[in-house]
Design a protein around this ligand. Structure first.
Ligand code: TRP
Length: 457
């Protein structure tokens, strides 16, 4: 869903329509973050109260950060590092972009590992291997797969190859065309799964787990997890949307785009929660089953529904496609940086990036197999990459991005961008400036410092 960028010519390509922009940014945002990560992080962090905090963070912090990224990208017309260099020459702001490139390496390595799991589950769907298994057996099936090392690593490499091939060959136009059809189908399947889940006997407990806040379960760590999840799911804090912002045309409405994309992303996450938690409780699965939650729960539902074979196959294919539109947006950040700042050809940039990310990704994919003895402060490679990127690098990046827009670019430049040089009303400008100057940076700083234990409330 990214436009073809021809770095050899001075003219930058751009998205052709506002729908194209929304589709591309939504394609980046909607992915495993909504369907795999959101439910298991919510499950580990007590349910309803987490959801409540998450929604508040999307509205008060997520949307302002997203709009800030679009503003920076469209104004500068560069990759994240180049954008800061252009808007703030000879200042250290470009380091935010460098941190984003590092975050892209880390995120892609474990994210594509999980995307590889979806390929394994397509294969298991084809061979009808969920049929007749108990919830416990489906749990074991997932664990055995993950401990096997070779299979997760190979699927990961296959997925990286797809991602790199698309970014190299610029067939993004095709991807964009297909995902405009495929993503609505994913939405419909999620709704069907949700209906099946809430009509299972014992589903009510899952709905109250998801929607009834129990604030006694909230800790400083939980709140940081909610912030990290909001950043992760919205694809913000590392410059993905600065890069996409640089492809947005001058007549498109940045604020509307940021709001639509954020709301669509959040809707899908909540829908995934509705499909998963009623089933988790109905089948007696542990809501804190961590990274396996979705992969263990959904096959149980497929078994209990008419046409389960068909739905399971279709669902995992669409999930892989949703993951692909996200992985190409992460790889695009690294490639745009390598090609524009280091003057590599697009092809060389993609190959170097994909190969080095693959090395890190092998560590992530084999975290429960070859490397299961390796832990760093209680986390395996996968957990470390996942935690550090979402809960540390993205919030820190987001913090500096809003500070940059609120205090460095300042109101006049921001007005110029958000109002398309005065042609739009930009009624939200006042609220936006207030959020990026005060609310968002203060909230991010407090949640972050409290969450990692530097200050204590
Ligand atoms: N948001 C995507 C998802 O939910 C993943 C993703 C794509 C991402 N680009 C990103 C996460 C940039 C953080 C930063 O699946």
């Amino acid at each position: 869903m990214i436009p073809k960028v021809n770095v050899d010519s001075p003219r930058r390509d751009s998205f052709t329509s506002n729908i194209g922009v929304i589709a591309a940014a939504a394609g980046s945002a909607i992915g495993l973050g909504n369907i795999w990560r959101f439910p298991y992080v919510l499950g580990e962090n007590g349910g309803g109260a987490f959801l409540f905090i998450y929604l508040a963070f999307v509205l008060g912090i997520g949307i302002p950060v997203m709009l800030s990224e679009f503003t920076i990208g469209r104004r500068a017309q560069r990759n994240p590092v180049g954008s800061f260099k252009k808007l703030a020459p000879k200042r250290p702001w470009f380091l935010i972009g460098v941190m984003g490139v590092i975050a892209a390496f880390m995120i892609l390595s474990f994210y594509a590992a999980v995307a590889g799991w979806t390929l394994e589950y397509i294969y298991q769907s084809v061979t009808n291997s969920f049929a007749g298994k108990t919830p416990d057996q489906l749990g074991e099936m997932f664990e055995d797969f993950r401990m096997g090392s070779w299979r997760p690593v190979i699927w990961f490499l296959v997925f990286m190859l797809f991602t790199a091939a698309i970014v190299i060959s610029g067939v993004q136009k095709g991807i964009e065309k297909y995902s405009k059809i495929l993503m609505p189908i994913l939405l419909i399947i999620l709704i069907i799964l949700g209906i099946r889940a809430v009509t299972l006997p014992g589903a009510g407990a899952g709905l109250s787990f998801l929607f009834k806040p129990d604030f006694s379960k909230i800790t400083a760590g939980t709140i940081l997890e909610a912030l990290g999840q909001a950043f992760f799911s919205l694809s913000i804090g590392m410059g993905t949307l600065i890069t996409y912002g640089s492809y947005i045309q001058s007549r498109d409405n940045l604020a509307n785009t940021a709001i639509s994309v954020s709301l669509a992303d959040t809707f899908i996450a909540v829908l995934a929660g509705i499909a998963i938690f009623p089933a988790v409780f109905a089948f007696g699965i542990d809501p804190a089953a961590e990274e396996g939650l979705v992969f263990i729960t959904l096959p149980n539902i497929f078994q209990q529904m008419a046409g389960g074979y068909f739905f399971s196959l279709l669902f995992f294919i669409l999930l892989a496609v949703a993951a692909l539109t996200s992985t190409i947006s992460v790889l695009e950040v690294v490639v745009a940086y390598f090609s524009e700042e280091l003057n590599l050809s697009r092809k060389k940039a993609t190959i170097i990036a994909a190969l080095s990310i693959s090395l890190l990704g092998i560590l992530a994919s084999a975290s429960w197999g070859w490397f299961d003895k390796v832990t760093i402060s209680g986390r395996n490679f996968f957990g470390l990459l996942n935690f550090t990127s979402a809960n540390i690098l993205l919030p820190v990046g987001g913090f500096f991005i809003v500070i940059f827009v609120g205090w460095f670019l300042g109101k006049n430049q921001v007005r110029d961008e958000i109002s398309n040089k005065g042609t739009l009303k930009a009624r939200i400008l006042g609220v936006f400036m207030f959020l990026v100057r005060f609310i968002a940076p203060i909230a991010i700083a407090l949640v972050f410092l409290n969450g990692i234990g530097i200050i204590k409330f």
